[in-house]
Design a protein around this ligand. Sequence first.
Ligand code: HEM
Length: 156
Amino acid sequence: MKTVPTLYEWAGGMPVFEKLMASFYDKVLQDPLLEPVFKHMSPDHRLHVAHFVAEVFGGPKFYSTAEGSHFKMIQKHIGKHLTEAHRKQWVKLLVETADTLALPDDPEFRSAFMAYLEWGTRLAVINSSLEENPLGTNEPMPAWGWGVPGGPYIPS
Ligand code: HEM
């Protein structure tokens, strides 16, 4: 029986996630709308977001074992008062970075990637208007898969 690769494996593994987020947050700091939101981010922010998303996509558990937890990630967004305009720009710049770095662009991978970004960023905006974290400290990390189209992409 063939094994289905994880989204993490299909994307190219940890170096791809780390490069994606490093390059993305360079763009964010050049962006007039997002720079004020991120100008005080910690030096580890890029790496932590890379490790978080890699883990959600089936990669190693760097984030949840050494750097944070789902609870702590949500906590970082509480009270930040993010807007829909911030969210849209965040997604736009991340997708542009994925294109520039030539992440897989097959329909199956990009469908799963976009679905996760829609889900995660919309939750970030909702949580950013709260004063308290709605999650328990033991909340498991999300785990994302290929979704309805299935995967991986197989050229016909
Ligand atoms: C899928 C969507 C998202 C994921 C997976 C995510 C992930 C994370 C993670 C892991 C952290 C903690 C970083 C650390 O430990 O240093 C964080 C912090 C943060 N995120 Fe997000 N995030 C998402 C969406 C967004 C969006 C859409 C915005 C705003 C446009 C945003 C704004 C922030 C801010 C302001 C912080 C705190 C930065 C600091 O001052 O240290 N996030 N995020």
